[in-house]
Design a protein around this ligand. Sequence first.
Ligand code: DGP
Ligand code: NA
Ligand code: NA
Length: 210
Amino acid sequence: IEGNKKESRGALIVLEGLDRSGKSSQCSRLVSYLEGEGLSAELWRFPDRTTNVGQMISAYLTNASQLDDHTIHLLFSANRWEKRSLMETKLKSGTTLIVDRYSYSGVAFSSAKGLDIDWCKAPENGLLAPDLVAYLDISPDKAAERGGYGDERYEKLEFQQKVAEHYKVLHDASWKSIVHDVIDINSGDNDDDNLAVLAEIAHKHDKGKA
Ligand code: DGP
Ligand code: NA
Ligand code: NA
């Protein structure tokens, strides 16, 4: 409404991709860059393993516990829900959130196991919608070569190939905005270009909201 004092909301920017796609390092570099530009920015990641729910997820991922596929799906979702109000508060206060994985991981990883995609999406309804989803596009083979996988449950080439296919479905259906193919982290020397692309997008969102 004109005349009201305008508040600047932070942008919700999600990075998605396969395990070993380079998301985490791109996320931290993006946050540093935005902070350097004088913006308030925070790095978040899901799953957040520090909560009670997160500890159950972590135990599952490290194979310390076994859970039904539906059960773990709902725990991942619950882990996002328990952070929803804090995310909202941060965004409203003008902080941009760079989030390493979000609902798209939830749907891609669980539907890759064979769960019904609409069932997978349902518990994500009502979570905050990202302003931008950037998919770090890397082939499963290249991802596996990048220093190799760890011991966690999903870090196997065959499964990651399935996840990549299921991410592609989301790309068509529900991704608000995607940096696809632009971010080619297959060649390490492209990292600076990737960062520049992401930062430019973050900036645009910030300006649009100011
Ligand atoms: P990370 O901490 O980013 O390495 O993620 C841990 C693993 O869990 C990784 O293989 C991706 C997977 N993952 C992340 N979010 C979800 C989710 O919501 N549902 C499922 N099934 N898997 C997820
Ligand atoms: Na991982
Ligand atoms: Na990661």
